[in-house]
Design a protein around this ligand. Structure first.
Ligand SMILES: [Zn+2]
Length: 277
């Protein structure tokens, strides 16, 4: 079995470069931005870009690619114009993913000062996206740290979405830093197991299809999202050992987004060692 361990690599100079960088870093999976993450309306991908990307995929042998949607996107925004732009931007993201053969488009769940209103706006946008999105792609909903008025930092919040929209194209991207900041303790075998029992009961383990592996600068339950290098934060190495050696997760893409990309190789080497491969 091939492990899918990698990093969020750079697309500077072309989408294909994320794959070549990933190959250099010994990645078997990569995450990338299919367009500038700070732009509302990037151009759709051209036939030439797609060709170069598919060629890089063949050359590097990296088949597992995950996209991360733009940070501007807030599908639950209280401002209707921002909400509409967010919808259009994420739909365009899903279309670019389909064109590039990328299965997962990770998205942040947005924020709203009134939690319940925000959840309803988010659910309505997701309902519309499911109706309009192309085939072959999934909406990968990221577990959030719960900073400010962010939605979806508790498993119950995802359960609420899935109850309204029981669609298998809605999947979960678990971020170890965000889970921990939100109050889910992954540090010991006992607390770790309790977290996944709860996840399974509320969401269902089969929904979890992507991992972001980041350590946390901030303590358990701080609800502050600050990534740290693997094993150097409040989460610590044992949590990553538990995740990497959990038979429920060994086939899932596991991607780092640690703060300094110059240290990606170091972080990845630690993960490969912990995975024992
Ligand atoms: Zn994210």
């Amino acid at each position: 079995m091939q492990r899918l361990i990698g990093a969020h690599t750079s697309t500077a100079g072309g989408l294909q470069n994320a794959l070549y960088e990933g190959k250099q870093l010994n990645c078997t999976a990569v995450q990338l931005f299919t367009a500038s993450p700070r732009q509302w309306k990037p151009n759709p991908v051209s036939a030439e870009q797609i060709e170069r990307f598919l060629q890089a995929r063949r050359e590097t042998g990296i088949e597992c690619v995950v996209s991360h949607a733009a940070y501007l996107i807030n599908l639950a925004s209280p401002d209707s114009e921002t909400r509409r732009k967010s919808y259009e931007a994420y739909l365009a993201e899903l279309r670019r993913c389909a064109a590039l053969g990328i299965r997962y488009a990770v998205v942040h769940m947005g924020s709203h000062p009134e939690f319940e209103t925000g959840m309803q706006l988010l659910i309505e946008n997701l309902r519309q996206l499911l109706a309009e999105m192309p085939q072959g792609v999934c909406i990968a909903m990221e577990t959030m740290a719960g900073q400010g008025s962010a939605l979806c930092y508790r498993f119950e919040h995802f359960a609420q979405i899935l109850e309204a929209l029981p669609d298998e194209r809605l999947v979960i991207c678990a971020d170890s830093c965000h889970l921990f900041a939100a109050g889910y303790d992954l540090r010991t075998a006992e607390t770790y197991e309790a977290v996944w029992q709860e996840f399974d009961r509320l969401v269902g383990l089969s929904r979890l299809q992507v991992w972001h592996l980041n350590d946390s600068k901030k303590p358990l339950g701080s609800r502050v999202d600050r990534h740290e290098h693997i094993g150097e934060g409040e989460l610590g190495a044992n949590a990553f050992r538990l995740i990497l050696n959990d038979p429920r997760f060994v086939r899932l893409p596991m991607l780092i987004e640690t703060p300094d990309e110059k240290r990606f190789a170091e972080d990845l080497a630690k993960l490969w060692e912990m995975a024992g491969d």
